[in-house]
Design a protein around this ligand. Structure first.
Ligand code: PLP
Length: 377
């Protein structure tokens, strides 16, 4: 049997080992050290001026600390995109708050500005001002930032950007991760760059970055002994892991170009296939890193073939694919939480499939994928 073609697997460049070895050679194996500082500097330079990055051990940790910094606490409500990975919503519950889920709109598949405003107005009428908004750039696609930020400003609400999968994407030339009051990045194994596992919080001031690091290192007060006035967390990135990140930063733009080339491959393949549409940027304001390329399959136009048929056909050829996010408001664990929207995110889940998109896929992989698709259609 052929080797499995994965949806998105780690792609090491060979530049990572130098920094990891440095950490070993200097015995900076313990947490913190020069790699952490340099990785943060690299990210800050990449994101541009007035962004302050705290490297953490996961994107989920960054979301948790971001909500904590927003002041979210027991009994609060947080407006959250429904069409996302569960890690966008779980930390709301860690803090004892309630997620209020919002549907997506069809152009970016991200939070719908109309449903967002309707939800805010309704929650205010019910006597409860939401504490924060969590917007996601799904699959690397920037959300409708102009409209979403205008709504957050109008109602004076804290907006956090979950850009876990959108490092390198831009909206009107502004980098994803820098849109809201706080941004979140992830370096999990399947993301555009990986540190094996890790994440970062992007702040707008050094004070907020320092406060995030304070929480991430067990909230230690300034004293020679261990002294604590606040509850802390063990969320900091290690110096070994940050070494991998430094090497990955050197190839980030190359990896984006390679993912975008995979996207072009699918676009040109599917332009002749009736009933399959490739998810792509609505106009030139949007630049997606195309972390994952996704398609919608309309069985009415494919002679009855569904996205699940396609998934199984690819699986039989040892090619991994995955249905789009099952929206949070349809997840058993969030079944009792409020939801504002229609059926868009539900229909994306019904009909959508993510296809192999890794930067390490080459012509031989594309040939195999093409053959499997030819056989199916
Ligand atoms: C990967 C991901 C996360 C979680 O990041 P981890 O580093 O795995 O904790 C959160 N939100 C979205 C949208 C993601 O894709």
């Amino acid at each position: 049997m052929n080797n499995k073609i994965w949806l998105s697997s780690p792609h090491m460049s060979g530049k990572e080992m130098k920094y990891v070895k440095e950490a070993f050679d200097t015995n900076w194996v313990a947490p913190l050290g020069p790699n952490v500082n340099e990785f943060e500097n690299n990210l800050q330079t990449y994101l541009g001026e007035n962004n302050y990055v705290a490297a953490l051990n996961s994107g989920t940790a960054a979301i948790h600390l971001g909500l904590l910094l927003a002041g979210v606490t027991q009994g609060d409500e947080v407006l959250c995109q429904s069409f996302t990975f569960s890690a966008s919503a779980n930390p709301i519950v860690y803090l004892g708050a309630t997620p209020v889920f919002i549907d997506s709109e069809p152009e970016t598949w991200n939070m719908c500005p109309k449903f967002l405003e309707a939800a805010i107005i309704d929650r205010l009428e019910k006597g409860k001002k939401p504490k924060a908004i969590v917007v996601v750039d799904s699959y690397g696609m920037p959300a409708k930032w102009e409209q979403l930020l205008a709504i957050a400003k109008k109602y004076n609400l804290f907006l956090m950007e979950d850009a876990a999968s959108a490092l390198g994407s831009t909206y009107k030339n502004q980098k994803c991760g820098t849109m809201g009051a706080i941004g979140v990045l992830s370096f999990n194994g399947n993301k555009i760059i990986t540190t094996s596992g890790g994440g970062a919080l992007v702040a707008k001031t050094k004070e907020i970055k320092d406060k995030a690091i304070f929480f991430a290192t067990q909230s230690r007060d300034n004293a020679p002994h261990y002294q604590h006035s606040e509850i802390g967390y063990n969320y900091r990135m290690s110096n070994i892991v940050a070494g991998i990140g430094r090497g990955q930063m050197e190839v980030l733009d190359d990896h984006i170009a390679l993912r975008r080339a995979m996207h072009d491959f699918y676009k040109s393949y599917f332009k002749d296939i009736k009933g399959v549409t490739v998810f792509t940027e609505p106009n030139t304001d949007y630049f997606s890193n195309h972390w994952l390329t996704a398609v919608l399959v309309n069985p009415k136009q494919t002679g009855g073939k569904t996205r699940e048929d396609l998934r199984l056909a690819l699986d039989a050829a040892n090619i991994e694919s995955r249905p789009l996010w099952k929206p949070m408001h349809l997840q058993p664990v969030f079944a009792n939480d409020p939801y504002y929207g229609g059926t868009l995110s539900e229909s994306l889940f019904q009909n959508g499939l993510c296809l192999p998109s890794g930067s390490n896929l080459d012509n031989s992989h594309r040939t195999r994928i093409k053959l499997a698709l030819d056989n199916f259609f």
